[in-house]
Design a protein. Structure first.
Length: 94
């Protein structure tokens, strides 16, 4: 049976700005930010939707990625994205 997750938004909506700031400051996972951080911040774009393709890989390559567990196709994609980035950087330097 799936457990239904509860949202704390109703409770949070009743917090004052001071209470929110106090709780954020005491949260060990919250990283402090300052004006300089926000001046350097850039808006992240949603990644393009992936396309389904058929690709032929050598058995050794496929087994290497599958041995690392679920998500092997995502890891293969990440390796290929990094390869493209390196190649584009080399082309741009020429």
């Amino acid at each position: 049976m799936k457990r239904k997750l509860k949202s704390d938004m109703e409770q949070v909506s009743r917090f004052s700005e001071e209470e929110i700031a106090r709780r954020a400051a005491s949260d060990p996972d919250a990283l402090p930010t300052d004006e300089a951080f926000w001046m350097r911040a850039v808006r992240a774009e949603h990644p393009a939707k992936k396309q389904n393709v058929t690709i032929r890989l050598s058995p050794g390559v496929l087994e290497f990625f599958k041995r690392q567990g679920p998500g092997y196709q995502t890891r293969i994609n990440a390796v290929l994205e990094r390869y493209v980035e390196i190649q584009e950087n080399q082309i741009a330097r020429r």
